[in-house]
Ligand binder design. Structure first.
Ligand SMILES: Nc1ncnc2c1ncn2[C@@H]1O[C@H](COP(=O)(O)OP(=O)(O)OP(=O)(O)O)[C@@H](O)[C@H]1O
Ligand SMILES: [Zn+2]
Length: 451
């Protein structure tokens, strides 16, 4: 009886906590909204996101420096002086100064694009360098737009570059995008893709959209020449489980470089009116076979909620809510288990590490090979979920007094594993390490590698 009461109380508390979290999230969103309004009002005239004044100088001639600097593209018959002037008078907004945004910005600045806007809320980290090639060792900790701006001005001091150190969201997107001619989606999440697509439809801006993961990349131009928008193709967001980012799936820098450079190429073609822009087509790049394929994509959806003649959505919405996914991957901690059901890495080190126990690391083998805790055995999450681990451990699992500890990189997959193993072995003590190997490095052993 007592146990039942305790169980009910736990369930009630869990529900209350979930409700409080939802209420907190909603209040934070409202605060964010008010912050945007207050800062815009307080800083009239110096609002970082305010559209640029329309009095930008219109260049009608190239300087001698321009002629020398851009000579190799100036002599291209289809590009020429007129193309260079169009580029010089153009402005491009790049959202995301990561693996795609860096090479895209580099080629646009080098080619003589007159105005670049760079949006990112994130800071430069060492794990960025292999593909985010504008950032460097001396600028770790800088904001990505500021670090990129620094590198780009070295490359081309004539390019005007504006940093928007912001998470682009429904409150600031229209204001920021408004003063640019073309937008590049170099972000890494679904919520931002919908946000950018909707905002670009509302402001009638072409959107050059790129993505890259592992060895593969994709590229297309939305909302151009009567082509479809992102929503025409994907009216409903994908399920959360089907989405992976570079931090989890990995990516080769040369692959993001290929797609990022091609985003710059499409932007230049749109601005100059050159060639055949990749609208209504999707370019698929397979880096492992070096094959490029072009497939036709559907036309505009006549009943698209945003780009059709009678749109249902006429202002930006809450995209994180719509997608059920966050736009910011920095704080992606999940709470599937309550804290009491889990183990802090320090507790594990002090109380359990020297005792008999089974330490199961559920990361993929390639990650296990990078680094592992002493005594850990590798059973990838998929093998936990399909129960093949049971055969592997055999009689070891018959001892219900043997504590089982599951761990992963950040303490998310290990919770899924705990839930599953508990359902098979309800009498065992099964817990996971809160914060995973990242917490181990941060609180127990700073010399343990972090990735
Ligand atoms: N809504 C947004 N507003 C501003 N920047 C964004 C938004 N969404 C994504 N980004 C930025 O887009 C970039 C995507 O690049 P990429 O995936 O290469 O970098 P990353 O997030 O540093 O990768 P990793 O997963 O390795 O940490 C990131 O720098 C991210 O901060
Ligand atoms: Zn559409």
């Amino acid at each position: 009886m007592i146990e039942l009461g305790v169980e009910e109380e736990r369930t009630k508390l869990k529900r209350e906590i979930a409700e409080l979290r939802a209420a907190l999230y909603s209040k934070e969103q409202s605060l964010l909204y008010l912050d945007e309004i207050v800062s815009a009002a307080a800083a009239r005239g110096v609002d970082e996101d305010a559209p640029e004044s329309p009095t930008r100088t219109l260049h009608t001639k190239l300087t001698n420096d321009d002629i020398a600097r851009y000579s190799r593209q100036l002599i291209l018959p289809d590009f020429g002086v007129q193309g260079q002037l169009k580029l010089k008078n153009s402005s491009v907004l790049i959202v995301g100064m990561g693996g795609l945004g860096c090479p895209a910005a580099q080629y646009l600045a080098a080619a003589g694009c007159g105005h670049l806007g760079l949006v990112d809320y994130d800071h430069v980290e060492r794990s960025n360098f292999h593909r985010q090639i504008l950032h460097s060792e001396t600028r770790v900790g800088w904001t990505k737009p500021d670090s990129a701006r620094f590198a780009l001005l070295e490359l081309n001091p004539h390019c005007e570059i504006r940093s928007h150190v912001r998470l682009l969201n429904r409150f600031n997107a229209l204001n920021i995008i408004r003063s640019y001619d073309v937008v590049l989606d170099c972000s890494d999440n679904v919520a931002t893709r919908y946000l950018l697509s909707d905002a670009c439809v509302m402001l009638q801006k072409p959107l050059v959209s790129g993505s890259a993961l592992k060895m593969d990349g994709q590229l297309t131009v939305y909302n151009y020449a009567n082509g479809p928008c992102y929503r025409c193709l994907y009216p409903v967001p994908p399920p959360k489980e089907s989405v992976t980012n570079c931090g989890d799936g990995g990516v080769l820098g040369a692959v993001t470089g290929t797609i990022g450079a091609m985003q710059a190429l499409e932007a230049i073609k749109v601005i100059v009116g050159l060639g055949d822009v990749l609208a209504g087509r999707l370019l698929i790049f397979d880096g492992s076979t070096s094959l490029f394929r072009n497939i036709r994509i559907r036309n505009k959806r006549p009943n698209c909620h945003v780009c059709s003649a009678q749109p249902l959505i006429t202002q930006l919405i809450d995209y994180e809510m719509f997608c059920g996914m966050r736009a910011n991957d920095k704080d992606a901690e999940q709470n599937l288990l309550s804290v009491g059901d889990r183990l802090k890495v320090k507790e594990y080190q002090e109380q359990l590490q020297t005792q008999q126990h089974l330490l199961i690391d559920v990361r993929p083998p390639a990650e296990f090979e990078i680094c592992q805790l002493p005594g850990a055995v590798n059973v990838p999450l998929a093998e936990i979920l399909d129960d093949s681990y049971i055969k592997r451990f055999g009689s070891q699992l018959e001892d219900k007094d043997l504590p089982i500890i599951l761990l992963c990189r950040r303490g998310n997959d290990s919770q899924i594993a705990v839930q599953h193993v508990r359902s098979r072995f309800p009498k065992h003590s099964i817990r996971d390490l809160i914060g995973g190997l990242h917490a181990w490095t941060n609180t127990v052993d700073p010399s343990f590698p972090i990735y």
